[in-house]
Design a protein around this ligand. Structure first.
Ligand code: BTN
Length: 125
């Protein structure tokens, strides 16, 4: 059975690109994220990500993972969680959901500070 590896380059359904480096022995990894879209008026810049992959002994090569993107051009932060699949055509795909937390000035605006969504990533390299 083909395994799904997080390491490498990916693009999602919004056109955002990310590169993930090697996954270390603890399941931790780092990478970079170039978003195609933004909720901030600032100029988009490539931003760092840090994550963890689940390496449970019972799993058969389609691991779950999470990562955080700490945006370098805004006051926001995004967490992604998902699973690395090999689809029915044998292609690796990351199915994720995310929460984007924006900074608001006041606790009174907390209710509108978090966006949620989903992204699907396919391998580009
Ligand atoms: C910001 O808006 O302050 C930073 C950029 C946020 C981009 C979001 S994260 C979730 C979604 N998926 C993407 O690839 N880009 C957007």
């Amino acid at each position: 059975v083909k395994k799904c590896s997080l390491s490498g380059s990916w693009v999602n359904d919004l056109g955002s690109n990310m590169t993930i480096g090697a996954v270390n022995g603890d399941g931790n990894f780092e990478g970079s994220y170039h978003t195609a879209v933004s909720a901030s008026p600032n100029e988009i810049k490539v931003s760092p990500l840090q994550g963890s992959m689940q390496r449970g002994t019972n799993q058969k090569g389609q691991p779950t993972f999470g990562f955080t993107v700490n945006w370098s051009f805004s006051d926001s932060i995004t967490v992604f969680t998902g699973q690395c699949f090999v689809d029915n055509d044998g292609k690796e795909v990351l199915k994720t959901m995310w929460l984007l937390r924006s900074r608001v000035e006041s606790i009174n605006n907390d209710w509108k500070a978090t966006r949620a969504g989903r992204n699907t990533f396919i391998r580009t390299g």
